[in-house]
Write a protein that binds this ligand. Sequence first.
Ligand code: SIN
Length: 290
Amino acid sequence: MESYELEAVERVTARPRREYTTFAVDSLTPVIGAEVSGIDLSQELSDEQLRDLKAAFLDHHVLVFREQILTQEQHKRFAGHFGELRPVNPPPPEGDPYILEISTTPESANVAGNGWHADGTADAEPSLGSMLYITRIPEPGSGGDTLFANMHLAYEMLSPALRGFLDGLTAVHDGLVAFQGYTPPPGYVAPKSEHPLVVRHPETDRRLLYVNRAYTARIPQLSPDESRALLDMLFNVVPSRPMLTCRVRWSPNTLVFWDNRCVQHHATYDYYPFTRYGQRVAINGGPLKG
Ligand code: SIN
């Protein structure tokens, strides 16, 4: 790694860790992700627990809660502590409009989210976060892990010269990018929005790289060739730097809560022809500023 990359990692790992009084936290890697134990999400949470959870979410970006037995209402109630719930787009043909089923069958040729992305970045007010509750994992007892990447560090590991060039640019995110080569599902209203390419996190004010291959279409300040080349280079930042990432190996009844503003994630389809099932609830965010 270059010296400025090492320094960026050191700055992130040297950040002071807060103490949480109502549960235990074990980091997944020094830069992203933590397992939280000693809390039952099916119960009403106290103000102290919620204060600690909000702090841990901002500190670790991805929180993993194991051995949780949750109804859909309890799942939604927990999500509702962090913001307004976001209806699924397109609306599910039946069932709860806020619950997205993540279901892989023996016939699945692909799975949702099998590529680096954040949820809802084409919306004018992108999602704050998502909570995925996996209840069935592939039968051999492994596979189907989800990878997460810290987009603050992705920005900070870029060379100072490139960071200077990116600050002030914007990018257009288009819901149709994810469907290239496919017909969008009936009822899908493709959102399209322009966001700063380098965003400041609305709660911590830390800068982060805000482009992803699933939704980002172009950089309007550049020519089409320049935009394509720069975006392809930026899309490659996460896959080429494992240092940015953590991996969650699911066990049945695990809920993972991630921050869509500063985290990208990647579902791993390495378990064909086995099955996996879960339900995801998303939380509304606000407009993003540079
Ligand atoms: C997603 O939200 O992209 C799905 C993640 C997963 O299935 O692991």
